[in-house]
Design a binder for this molecule. Structure first.
Ligand code: SF4
Ligand code: SF4
Length: 223
């Protein structure tokens, strides 16, 4: 689809919508002056649609769900465990290669355990593309809305986010990405239903097999 340029057309459509909304706001401003609109009597304010200039940082715009900045790691609030299995896919697909993962090792067998011992992202290099979140098969890494991470100290240290700094509970993710969270829950429910159906089908097949074996034994005994 994207080869046909539909993505570009969609993007241009959004720009056009903002452009038109900007001028539509001018008419609403007349209504505001007449006291018909409760918004502040300012031509430019954060509640306006379209292109606006706001008094940042005193004012902030509401961010759309798909806004993305630095990634964060998701912990399962039911277990308190990381969802990340340290499979390394995110590190592989990251275009500027700014993710480093160290896998946990079983202290006795020395075999790898599917959990990250270390997980680091160099936020000075991250280009906010969201590939890591898109490719993660476990919904374990998501893009954050927090964009104020400037550092006045040792930038190299402070902007190198480690596992502790990156990890948050899935309730945070649910709060800033409600649609994505609803999709995850739906998928989880569908997966559980599929597993239950498979288990029931297996139990029915096993029971049928056992009944057939019992019938065959009874027939053999009767001979
Ligand atoms: S965040 Fe996802 S893709 Fe990256 S290592 Fe963890 S499980 Fe794999
Ligand atoms: S958002 Fe892009 S650049 Fe940043 S860590 Fe993820 S894949 Fe790498």
């Amino acid at each position: 689809m994207s080869l046909l340029g539909t993505g570009i057309l969609k993007g241009l459509g959004v720009t056009l919508k903002h452009f038109i909304a900007t001028y539509a706001e001018d008419f609403k401003y007349i209504g505001r002056k007449a006291g018909l609109d409760p918004r502040p009597l300012r031509r430019q304010n954060p509640l306006n649609h379209g292109m606006v200039t706001i008094e940042y940082p005193r004012e902030r715009l509401d961010l759309p769900e798909n806004f993305r900045y630095i990634p964060f790691l998701v912990k399962d609030s039911a277990t308190g465990e990381d969802k990340c299995t340290s499979c390394g896919i995110c590190a592989k697909v990251c275009p500027p290669q700014c993710i480093w993962i160290v896998r946990t090792e079983d202290p006795v067998t020395k075999r790898p355990v599917p959990a990250p011992k270390e997980f680091n992202i160099d936020t000075t290099v991250c280009m906010n593309c969201g590939f890591c979140a898109e490719f993660c098969p476990f919904d374990a890494i998501k893009m954050d809305h927090q964009y104020e991470i400037a550092s006045m100290g040792n930038r190299k240290q402070e902007l190198l986010f480690d596992k502790d700094r990156l990890s948050v509970m899935d309730t945070y993710h649910a709060g800033i990405h409600p649609l994505d969270w609803a999709r995850e829950l739906e998928e989880k429910k569908a997966e559980e239903a599929k597993k239950k159906a498979a288990a029931e089908a297996k139990a029915a097949a096993d029971a049928k097999k056992a009944a057939a074996a019992a019938a065959a034994k009874t027939a053999a005994d009767a001979k």
